[in-house]
Design a protein around this ligand. Structure first.
Ligand code: NAD
Length: 350
């Protein structure tokens, strides 16, 4: 099985991807800077695994990336590493530009130099897959869906920095011939998501019987995809995608934020009712809207489905039930994030 260099593999999606890849037989060199979003607890089952090498470091550290490429000779680089939270990008855009733009540029340069020095067969087989978001397309009205030809119109510092990184990836293909692929995916949910994002945040607060904050009128729409289906899509694009192409990834599961929150309330009420008997919906509290909050995202994933035969396998209702059950069954993982102790331990590092 191929060796892959995965960046950001201690985060939510990268962590799910690495666990799956190692389980399937890949060797993964996992480079992650362990920002607040990086969590080695997620990778605890891989401690001392012969096919997983964890390296704490920055994608922008060219010397380190060069050393890892030369030492491990990966057949692909898969770039998940990013600052990923829109609210944090509003408070401090600089760090988003540093990692998502400058860091990705440095990773591209290091990878290009490694790729150019490969023999012809290895050069043909090599891939750089960049994991991106549907937020680069901006916002939709009540109708329509984003396709791969929708013009970029990012509205937040986060999406602007991801858009810039997508353009650099494209440019490295057209200018230097680097065999790149880009995926633009809708909102993910599932195990190991940091509890600042809507779904795990609401689960944690609802379990504690605390107010459930909902932005604005709660009617912003996102197209939700279970993280395992996103990981399958990335693997599919990596293995069979056409070099230089971008592929949209979505779940065909548009829901308003308030629907998502009500779904979580109902699942938790059925599984673990509040001691005082209150329905959790009574905890919903509308708060001042996020500045520049995009109204609606929806993905047209027909290219990925038609060309490569991928389709989401987990429905929204099934995925939400699985996710709520995972957070109930993994309370220590959540607790160690909430009390900060997840940052104190370092396991299985090279
Ligand atoms: P995350 O914030 O959970 O994880 C990001 C990981 O990157 C963390 O482990 C962090 O430590 C690491 N990291 C940050 N800066 C780094 C740097 N300079 N060098 C090395 N590692 C660094 O993010 P996520 O939700 O797992 O998203 C992963 C990727 O997928 C991102 O590129 C994001 O833009 C994209 N994406 C996310 C979603 C979503 O719904 N979460 C949807 C579409 C696309």
């Amino acid at each position: 099985m191929p060796i892959w260099l995965v960046t950001g593999g201690a985060g939510f999606i990268g962590g799910n991807f690495v666990l799956d890849a190692v389980r399937r037989g890949n060797k993964v060199v996992n480079l992650d800077a362990l920002t607040y979003a990086g969590n080695l607890d997620t990778l605890a089952s891989l401690a001392d695994h012969p096919r997983h090498v964890f390296v704490e470091g920055d994608i922008g550290d060219a010397d380190l990336v060069k050393r890892l490429l030369d030492e491990h000779r990966p057949e692909a680089v898969i770039n998940f590493a990013a600052e990923s939270h829109v609210d944090r990008s509003i408070d401090g855009p600089g760090g988003f530009v540093q990692t998502n733009v400058v860091g990705t540029l440095s990773l591209l340069e290091s990878t290009r130099d490694y790729w150019k020095a490969l023999d012809a067969t290895a050069r043909d087989a090599f891939r750089f897959l960049h994991v991106s978001t549907d937020e680069v397309y901006g916002t939709l009205g009540d109708t329509g869906r984003f396709t791969e030809t929708t013009p970029y119109a990012p509205n937040s510092p986060y999406s602007a920095s991801k858009a810039a990184s997508d353009h650099l990836v494209r440019a490295f293909h057209h200018t230097y011939g680097l065999p790149v692929l880009t995926t633009n995916c809708s909102n993910n949910y599932g195990p190991y998501q940091f509890p600042e994002k809507l779904i795990p945040l609401v689960i944690a607060k609802a379990l504690a019987g605390e107010p459930l904050p909902v932005y604005g009128d709660g009617l912003n729409v996102r197209d939700w995809l279970y993280v395992g289906d996103h990981c399958d899509a990335i693997r599919t694009v990596l293995e069979r995608g056409r070099v230089g192409e971008t592929y949209n990834v979505g779940g065909d599961a548009e829901r308003t934020n308030i629907t998502v929150v009500r779904t979580i309330c109902a699942l938790l009420d059925a599984r673990r009712p509040l001691a005082d008997g209150r329905a959790r919906e009574s905890l919903i509290t509308y708060v001042k809207d996020r500045p520049g909050h995009d109204r609606r995202y929806a993905i047209d994933a027909d290219k990925l489905k038609g060309e490569l035969g991928w389709a989401p396998t987990v429905t929204f209702d099934e995925g939400m039930a699985r996710t709520v059950d995972w957070y109930l069954d993994n309370a220590p993982w959540v607790q160690r994030v909430l009390d900060g102790s997840y940052r104190l331990e370092r396991i299985g590092q090279a």
